[in-house]
Design a protein around this ligand. Structure first.
Ligand code: HPA
Length: 271
């Protein structure tokens, strides 16, 4: 895999004028941030050697690179989910490429269901920690020490300094936010009410189908991660109506402008 990642990274480097230092993965419906970039360059996933290809119709599937608050950033518009049938290595392949591009800070965003009582649709939750309930993870298999250690530490999956930068930014901008633990399910069905009761009792504050694999890979690779989850609905059994993907996207789109403001402010403060 190492050689493939090198080839993907070389292709991207050769196409770009900028050399990005920060990467941002945008979750479903959370695309506004792209409009904040200047000196924008775009690379479609399909053009990058060895890069996984998007399956979902209407999902962008591209890297958008540009300047944000004076820093060079790389945005992933469209991520790969385990429930789509990708292997964990494919889901996290872009994170490995980011590492070889020299990126050391990763901001992961997503749309998810809220469990904590104080949350409501539209709340942005800064992720403190995760619970991996997916049946696998991206580090399974023979380890390549060029990427990272066999037994990586997960004491601080979300970097405490970045978390503080995000809190300060949210407060300065008066953006309401919460904090909590994100539980990652495989999906693609929305969890049962019993599953939500179980994970609530185990300390989960939000639930979704992404973010955890990328967090694991980034920590393994020695990158600092900030996670921002957009609560688009309350989890099964907490909200009294059935889930709808359309509603999830509608709420995410509404929250997208706050998220964009927040990320602008975070990037500005990042070292
Ligand atoms: N569960 C899992 N994933 C989700 C949810 C949810 O309630 N809402 C948005 N993504």
């Amino acid at each position: 895999m190492y050689d493939k990642v090198v080839q993907s990274a070389e292709y991207i480097k050769n196409r770009l004028k900028l050399s990005p230092e920060i990467a941002i993965v945008l979750g479903s419906g959370l695309g506004d941030l792209v409009d904040s970039l200047t000196e924008t360059e775009i690379i479609n996933y399909e053009d990058i050697p060895h890069f996984p290809q998007s399956t979902v119709a209407g999902h962008a599937g591209r890297l958008v690179i540009g300047k944000l608050k004076g820093k060079s950033v790389l945005i992933m518009q469209g991520r790969f989910h385990f429930f789509e049938g990708y292997s964990m290595k494919e889901v996290t392949y872009p994170v490995f490429v980011m590492k070889l591009l020299g990126i050391s800070n990763l901001i992961l965003t997503n749309a998810c269901g809220g469990i904590k009582e104080s949350f409501s649709p539209g709340t942005l939750m800064l992720i403190e920690d995760f619970i991996n309930l997916m049946p696998s993870n991206p580090l399974i298999g023979v380890n390549d020490e060029r990427f990272g250690p066999r037994f990586p530490d997960m004491t601080e999956p979300y970097n405490l300094e970045l978390l503080q930068v995000a809190r300060n930014a949210a407060e300065k901008l008066s953006i309401p936010y919460g904090e909590g633990v994100y539980a990652g399910f495989q999906g693609p069905y929305y969890e049962t009410a019993a599953e939500i009761r179980m994970i609530r009792n185990h300390g989960a504050d939000a639930v979704g189908m992404s973010t955890v694999p990328e967090t694991i890979a980034a920590n393994y690779l020695g990158m600092k991660v900030l996670g921002i989850a957009c609560i688009t609905n309350m989890a099964t059994g907490i909200q009294k109506v059935k889930h709808s993907h359309e509603r999830v996207i509608e709420i995410a789109k509404k929250a997208s402008s706050d998220l964009s403001l927040l990320i602008n402010a975070v990037v500005e403060e990042m070292k």
